[in-house]
Design a protein around this ligand. Sequence first.
Ligand SMILES: [Zn+2]
Ligand SMILES: [Zn+2]
Length: 125
Amino acid sequence: MKAQQARLKHNYAVRKGLITPGQQCIICGIRQSQVVKGSIIEHHDDYDKPYETITLCCSCHTKKHLGTLGLPSKEEDRNKRLYDFWKRNSPISISAVARIFHISQPRASEIIKQEEARRAKLEAI
Ligand SMILES: [Zn+2]
Ligand SMILES: [Zn+2]
């Protein structure tokens, strides 16, 4: 089943009152009442099971699709900062970036590659 079909089925069941959409993100715990209407959504892990969804907030949903949900946020922040720093100061060498962020050079170039891929995916959503 396609994503859109699964969503239509799910929405129909909600309208009919057969399913009550979740009110709270299962990952970070933020509630519908704390965010803009429509930012708590139902995510399908499997489009062949249109009535099985998990409730996520926008930000956890994006992470889910990017595969970064399990990443500790501290590490994620560090990776973002490192990448932004590298971009801003380009053409700075990777070894300089690695020194500033107190990590090894291969790790720094790995992070930059990862962040680049992550941002490309983000733009494709
Ligand atoms: Zn969340
Ligand atoms: Zn989703």
